[in-house]
Design a protein around this ligand. Structure first.
Ligand code: FCB
Length: 441
């Protein structure tokens, strides 16, 4: 049988992504740990606990798995509350821990991408008012300086803030993340501070390490008006502008746009050496007069969507093409810094993976500068307010026993990474139900 293949450009980065609080365990000094102790905050009363026990050393076996599976990159985050447990007090032991992990990656042929802020805050910062207090800008800059100075010989790729848009929405506008606020105005203020903090961090990184590649990671969510009703179009456009565009645009031209603010922040202009794109799925949006707190929008999956087992995520690969087109409008290289689906039984993940990567390949094939792909995630981990109910890992993890089990998708992804492409044989073996979609005729 003749094999067809979609090959990616030479030097493409193939990896997985994780974040400190979700995999390390025992992160007692951040706002999430405190939040998890409060009844009703996390589904089924779950806690991060030992998570995947990376702090206890299991990062070694997990990165062995990644390397054996042909991955040549990994995106992780450093935990601010470990590095700066009290304002201005730096913990050398924590910095050594991250040096050890980064060196361990290099030994395994894995290029690190280091995120500085992935949702969690030191408790002391939260007590100061967190991201609502403009003081966060200089705090974040100081933390950046300390961390980059300590790790710069081991990492080139830095990501300042993970999904500032999701953080502002989930923590400040919808009560899902700590501090559990529900105040749209405050969320817009937080977005302004995120832009300023990113800019300060970006310049600090380049001052300390001129050859660094620094960027931000935005969660892009396609927003489609549910009907031809102009009100649906209006609210979909508004959601997309605020959620998707505002922060990334400010980092291009240094302009704050309504409703985040007005005027210029020139220090933010041109502060992306690349854009990190997290893409999971798309929403339909309709006008709903009963939701002023959500700017009169209701967001949902269209009927008949290819839903995951728990329905949190829908397989919409065409949205990846849309997301990449969006990211390409910023004129810098693109890394897909997260993409994945919760699927304990691994029923949908193989097709989700090949269909999304097919879209990435299509873009790369016509010269769009997509330079790497990081699947979320290497191993099942603590999934924020959804606790352990959602399993995103290529490898399953039992948080009680810390046992790992390989899912078929781990084997599929390993074949893809080693081939630097997707072949018809892989699709036939792992996701035959979409074979004719990827290889028509
Ligand atoms: C993203 C987060 C990541 C993980 C995935 C499923 O929004 O950045 O930490 O929770 O969703």
């Amino acid at each position: 049988m003749i094999e067809a293949a979609f090959h990616f450009p030479n030097g493409f980065l193939w990896g997985t992504a994780t974040s400190s609080h979700q995999v390390e365990g025992d992160n007692r000094r951040n706002d999430w740990w405190a939040w998890e102790q409060q009844p009703g905050r996390i589904l089924q009363g779950a806690r991060s606990g030992l998570a995947c026990d990376w702090w206890g050393g299991r990062w070694k076996e997990d990165l062995d798995r990644a390397a054996a599976g042909g991955q040549n990159a990994h995106r992780l985050s450093v935990e601010w509350s470990r590095i700066e447990p009290e304002p201005g007090r730096w913990d050398a032991h924590a910095l050594d821990f991250y040096r050890e992990i980064l060196a361990g990656m290099r030994e395994r042929g894995i290029e690190p991408m280091v995120t500085l802020h992935h949702f969690t805050n030191p408790l002391w910062l939260a007590e100061e008012g967190g991201w609502e207090n403009e003081g966060v800008v200089s705090r974040f800059e100081a933390f950046t300086r300390k961390t980059v100075a300590a790790l710069k010989d081991l990492a080139t790729f830095w990501c300042t803030i993970n999904e500032p848009n999701v953080y502002a929405y989930s923590a400040i506008a919808s009560e899902a993340f700590p501090p559990g606020r529900k105040d749209l105005r405050a969320a817009l203020k937080v977005m302004r501070h995120q832009i300023l903090a990113h800019a300060a961090s970006y310049h600090a990184i380049h001052e300390l390490q001129p050859g660094a590649r620094a960027g931000i990671v935005i969660h892009y969510r396609g927003m489609t008006p549910h009907s031809a009703n102009p009100l649906d179009g209006m609210v979909a456009g508004m959601q997309s502008r605020i959620f998707n565009d505002l922060i990334a645009q400010a980092l291009v031209d240094g302009r704050l746009r309504f409703p985040v603010g007005r005027g210029r922040v020139p220090q933010a202009a041109g502060t992306q050496d690349y854009i990190g794109l997290n893409y999971y799925s798309c929403d339909h949006v309709s006008f709903d007069p009963l939701r002023p707190g959500e700017l009169f929008a209701r967001r949902f999956y269209p009927r008949g969507a290819d839903l995951s087992e728990v329905g949190w995520n829908a397989n919409m690969p065409e949205g990846m093409a849309r997301a990449i087109r969006w990211a390409n409008s910023f004129g810098v290289p693109i890394y897909i810094t997260e993409n994945g689906i919760e699927d304990e039984a691994d029923h949908i993940r193989p097709r989700y993976l090949v269909q999304h990567l097919h879209q990435v390949w299509k873009a790369a094939n016509i010269g769009v500068p997509v330079r790497g792909y990081f699947h979320w995630s290497l191993v099942d981990n603590f999934e924020w307010e959804r606790g352990w109910t959602q399993r995103f890992g290529l490898w399953a993890v039992d948080p009680e026993t810390q046992e790992r089990a390989e899912r078929p998708s781990a084997r599929l992804y390993a074949e893809i990474c080693k081939e630097n492409g997707i072949t018809s044989g892989m699709v036939r073996r792992y996701a035959p139900e979409v074979f004719s979609v990827l290889f028509p005729g």
